[in-house]
Write a protein that binds this ligand. Structure first.
Ligand code: R5P
Length: 310
């Protein structure tokens, strides 16, 4: 087995390599003067089972292109099997046509990865489970829930917790977590009754007196999260913490979260945390390296991956 890393999350790749006790394969990912990506794999991979660690996070286009070129290089070097390990699968939010003349970028990216020559995909908390079906190659969508559940049990008294979905789209994910920790569920329902009127946040469920845990797959601008936190506190929540798998945190998101009333935002390192994220007083990162490392191990040994979640 070989593990190879692109440039998008070197730290995570190194942690996975440590977990598996396998060094990262020697590979150079460089740029031509015009910024085209140039890749050279510096060791023999003929007949190997190769895992590429490369979330397609910011800058998404560059990291996606690196992933595709890495797959191509490995295919042309006669690797036996190529698994694209994409802990954060970018472009996933366009997973259907919300209106006429719009793309389905999640399907396009699935096609690109498949056509470049990947044999399998391994990812965590896809924005929508059905994106798995956009691939015609085996795709393992790991759940961040076991890592999140362990952290909640270590940091909270689960008796006074209410799990909250920050929007209607995230209810299935939040309900699954609530079931794991045996907590009740509430939902934030955003509505704009008339165009031009400001958004109203209705809370479905009585959050009064509860320590609320907002659960979502992505925090990008932080808008969904901070608005939901305000609405919960207004409705009597004792405190609001957020557990979100992918800390995209673009633009002023870190400042927004730091200035918010959130007690804590807990993310994973599916995307490499920036210096600003690491310095933020109320953002904490949990590692998914053991989860990914174990899944890689099981794939390589043709053992069950789903049994990781029972
Ligand atoms: C939306 O469907 C996602 O699950 C997240 O709620 C959304 O991407 C968060 O975006 P932002 O942080 O920009 O509000």
């Amino acid at each position: 087995m070989k593990i190879i890393a692109g440039n998008s999350n070197r730290a995570l790749a190194e942690e996975i390599s440590k977990y598996l006790d396998i060094p990262l394969a020697s590979c150079q990912v460089r740029r031509f003067a015009d910024q085209e990506i140039y890749i050279e794999i510096q060791e023999n991979v003929r007949g190997e089972d190769v895992f590429i660690i490369q979330p397609t996070s910011y800058p998404a286009n560059d990291h996606l292109m690196e992933l595709l070129i890495l797959i191509d290089a490995l295919r042309r070097s006669s690797a036996r099997r190529i698994t694209a390990v994409v802990p954060y699968f970018g472009y996933a939010r366009q997973d259907r046509k919300p209106g006429p003349r719009t793309p389905i970028s999640a399907k396009l990216v699935a096609n690109l990865i498949t056509n470049a020559g990947a044999d399998r995909v391994l990812t965590i908390d896809l924005h929508a489970g059905q994106i798995q079906g956009f691939f015609d190659i085996p795709t393992d969508n790991l759940y961040g829930a076991p890592v999140i559940t362990r952290d909640i049990k270590e940091h909270y008294n689960t008796e006074n917790i209410m799990v909250v979905s920050p929007d209607v789209g995230g209810v299935v994910r939040a309900r699954a977590l609530a079931k794991r920790i045996n907590a009740p569920l509430a939902i934030v329902d955003k509505r704009r009754d008339k165009p031009g009127e400001s958004e109203v946040m209705n809370i479905i469920g009585d959050v009064n007196g509860y320590e609320c845990l907002l659960v979502d797959d992505i925090v990008d601008s932080g808008g969904t999260l901070c608005n939901a936190a305000d609405a919960l506190l207004k409705n009597g929540a004792k405190s609001v913490t957020a557990y979100i798998t992918h800390g995209v945190l673009s633009g002023g998101a870190v400042a927004r979260v730091s200035a918010s009333k959130l007690k804590e935002l807990v993310i994973t390192n599916s995307i490499e945390p920036t210096a600003a994220v690491l310095a933020a007083p109320n953002i904490r990162t949990m590692s998914v390296a053991p989860l990914l490392g174990e899944a890689i191990n099981r794939i390589a040994q043709e053992r069950s991956v789903s049994s990781l979640f029972f």
